[in-house]
Structure formats: structure tokens, C-alpha cells
Design a protein around this ligand. Structure first.
Ligand SMILES: C[S@@+](CC[C@H](N)C(=O)[O-])C[C@H]1O[C@@H](n2cnc3c(N)ncnc32)[C@H](O)[C@@H]1O
Length: 192
């Protein structure tokens, strides 16, 4: 596998990493799967391999930015959040959704809502079916999770940075995003 990407897909800067080719799917040498998928269409069967779902979802103001980049206007932000909430309530495995504090009333009631630093900004980790000890950054939280779960799924995976601790441990992951450029960047950097 080639060196993992340090990139993070953010709406806060106009910097977009360009992939060498847009692809709909790639599989890494250790069997990890990455593909284009709009999560408002539901959680696809590829995620049945996962014993944890972890994702960093768009904030309200970033949602439109991401939609423009993906080339799909899609559903509105509220419908997107409802789709995420629906995955949480029908879950068979623990789920952690990292997002803004403003979505607390839409997210299902949670055992743990942890204030946490995400890529330099304050965020909340909404935790279902798992109650991690307090971590100050998502980077530290992800290392803790990667030591306890064998296959992590991220259905808004961007450039795949959240999944790196698993890949660095030789574990498999499943990732999807509705932006084909993101899967192309993952193909360039993580699929080797
Ligand atoms: C905050 S970014 C995630 C960044 C990611 N953790 C990384 O390492 O780059 C949110 C991601 O959600 C994706 N996204 C937005 N709407 C989506 C949808 N309806 N279905 C799937 N992905 C979506 C965006 O394209 C973006 O990559």
C-alpha cells in the first residue's frame, strides 16, 4: 500500500485535492472497499462487514459546498440528517457520528455526547452502543477505537483520513462518499 494521505476533505477551505481519475469503486490490497454512494439512499450491504460505524458529517453551512463539489444537489440538509438518524436507530453495531452541536435535537438520544476537536474546530461526537473515555481530539478517539474494533465503516469518508488508524494497523475498512473525486483521491493514496 502506498503512503496514506494526510488530506482532509473540508468545506471550510476552497482547497480541493484533485484525483488522477474519478472512479466509482476501489479495493485496497488488504481487501478494504471504497465506493461512491449517497447515504440518503440508505446504508449499502458492504457495511455489513463492519463492527463499527464512524463518520464526520457535514455541518449545515458546508453541506451545500460539498453538494456542489459532488455535482449532485441531492436532498436538503434536514433530510440528510434524518437519513443519518435512521441508520443510527436501525444499527446492528456501535455508531459514532461527529458533527456540530446544532444537530443534537435531530440525532437520536445518546448515551454519550462528547465535546471534541475535529481538524482544529470544536465538534460533538454522538456515540451509540459505545461509550469511549473522554478524548480531546478525534485523532486520539480514532486510535482508541481502532484498538478495539476490527473493521470500521465511514459512509461520509471524504479522503479517508478517519479510517487511517485501521489501515495502519493492517485492519480492513469500508468507506463511501457521494463525491467521485474523493474516491479517486483514495484510489491514488490508500488503494495502492
Ligand atoms: C466533513 S467531510 C468528511 C471528511 C473525511 N473524514 C476526510 O477524512 O476527508 C464530509 C463528507 O461528507 C460527504 N457527503 C456530503 N453529503 C453526502 C451524502 N449525501 N452521501 C455521502 N457523502 C456525503 C462530503 O462529500 C464530504 O466528503
Amino acid at each position: 500500500m502506498s503512503h496514506p494521505t494526510p488530506h482532509y476533505h473540508t468545506a471550510l477551505s476552497g482547497v480541493v485535492v484533485a484525483s488522477s481519475s474519478r472512479v466509482s469503486r476501489c479495493v485496497s490490497s488488504n481487501g478494504s472497499i471504497f465506493f461512491v454512494h449517497d447515504i440518503t439512499d440508505g446504508l449499502p450491504q458492504e457495511y455489513s462487514l463492519c463492527d463499527l460505524l464512524y463518520t464526520e458529517i457535514p455541518w449545515r453551512h458546508g453541506y451545500e459546498v460539498f453538494a456542489k463539489r459532488s455535482g449532485h444537489s441531492g436532498v436538503g440538509y434536514r433530510a440528510f440528517l434524518n437519513a443519518v438518524a435512521s441508520i443510527i436507530v436501525t444499527r446492528c453495531v456501535p455508531v459514532i457520528v461527529v458533527g456540530g452541536s446544532g444537530i443534537r435535537s435531530i440525532m437520536p438520544p445518546t448515551g454519550a455526547a462528547m465535546h471534541i476537536n475535529l481538524n482544529g474546530s470544536p465538534a460533538v461526537a454522538y456515540c451509540y452502543g459505545v461509550t469511549p473515555p473522554t478524548h480531546h481530539t478525534t485523532t486520539d478517539l480514532l486510535v482508541w477505537l481502532s484498538e478495539r474494533f476490527t473493521c470500521c465503516g465511514d459512509f461520509c469518508c471524504g479522503y479517508g483520513r478517519a479510517l487511517l488508524p485501521w489501515l495502519r494497523s493492517g485492519k480492513t475498512v469500508v468507506g463511501s462518499d457521494n463525491n467521485a473525486n474523493c474516491i479517486g483521491v483514495i484510489k491514488d493514496t490508500l488503494c495502492g
